[in-house]
Write a protein that binds this ligand. Structure first.
Ligand code: DGY
Length: 326
């Protein structure tokens, strides 16, 4: 044990893969974990965090000023088991000197895979076809049956070109798509060259893409980034894919735009009022809906849990966090 290493109390707010938990337990800290797959209730969480030195948090828990204060002034860190951190009030953490960390990098491929799967599912009508088979209705091969849209030569427009956007661009390029992106700033020229990716304004991107995929973090600036005007400006043959955060899209406006035929379909992994899904989406055949599965592989969730645990241990050992937010 180093001179600065003091045993602490780590509160884990939900069930995480065992290797992550084992890392914490193996370091001899007092680990209080919620081992049920159902999210811990707010009252129970407020009780459990009292005296915590580190909170290892899941997306389902809101880490706000009330919770930080309930933990107490000894709290040193909140380590999210997710790359997105819109469940954490980061300014409230900063005001209290609490370090916040997330898990970038380890879920890039899994999330890009799911985004590519949604691109294929929407453009090739895969969920619709599967529903047809399961309906037990008679069907037979037909020249014009369930025709989709090919990806070869189509343009993918990425809103946000961080690690996940870039990983999706690589996949899409191998399917023959061309790449456009909007981002706060242009990407490294080596990546732009590799992908032959064109830097565009959001307006240009929406007007010229065949598939628009969202990869920006959720913040007040990106709330309803895709609203009525943006949806109207898309090609009526285009598809919208969202594996980022639900509230980046105005869901009511999306339903209305689909109704009016302003776009051809959508593939959604995340929802504005998750886990609620806008009723107007549920019966539409032009929409593919999956329950926030972006990082849902055994390998990825294990890597996320162990990275969050490594952050917690580093902070408790008086070292800098491995992957701090901001
Ligand atoms: C994240 O990490 O932000 C994903 O949405 C869930 O893994």
């Amino acid at each position: 044990m180093s001179a600065t290493h003091q045993l602490g109390k780590v509160v884990v707010t939900g069930k995480i893969p065992q290797p992550g938990l084992d890392l914490l337990i193996g370091a001899d800290h007092t680990v209080v974990s919620w081992d049920d797959e159902t999210a811990i209730g707010r009252d129970e969480l407020l009780r459990r965090v009292v005296g915590a030195d580190v909170i290892v948090s899941l997306l389902t828990e809101k880490i706000d000023a009330e919770l930080l204060d309930a933990a107490g002034p000894q709290l040193r860190a909140v380590c999210n088991v997710a790359v997105g951190y819109n469940n954490i009030d980061v300014p409230a953490c900063r005001e209290r000197g609490v370090i916040a960390t997330n898990t970038p990098g380890v879920l890039t491929d899994a999330t890009a895979d799911i985004a590519m799967a949604l691109v294929l599912m929407t453009t090739r009508r895969l969920a619709e076809g599967e529903r047809l088979i399961r309906s037990r209705e008679p069907w037979q091969w037909g020249m014009f049956m369930m025709l989709g849209t090919g990806l070869q030569g189509a343009r993918l427009g990425l809103v946000g070109m961080g690690q996940i956007g870039t990983a999706l661009a690589r996949r899409a390029k191998s399917f023959g798509m061309t790449i456009g992106y909007s981002n706060r700033r242009p990407v490294d020229p080596a990546i732009a060259d590799e992908l032959d990716a064109e830097y565009l304004s959001l307006d240009e991107l929406l007007a010229t893409s065949d598939v628009v995929s969202l990869h920006c973090p959720y913040s007040p600036e990106t709330h309803h980034l895709i609203g009525p005007a943006q949806l109207t400006s898309m090609r009526n043959t285009a598809f919208l894919i969202n594996t980022a955060r639900g509230p980046v899209v105005d869901e009511a406006a999306l339903v209305a735009a689909l109704e009016r035929g302003e776009l051809a379909g959508a593939g959604l992994d995340v929802f504005e009022k998750e886990p609620e899904v806008h009723h107007g989406l549920l019966d539409r055949d032009d929409v593919v809906l999956i329950p926030h599965l972006g990082s849902a592989t055994v390998e990825t969730r294990t890597a996320m849990a162990t990275l969050a645990a490594r952050n917690a241990l580093a902070i408790l050992a008086g070292q800098g966090p491995v992957t701090p937010i901001g």
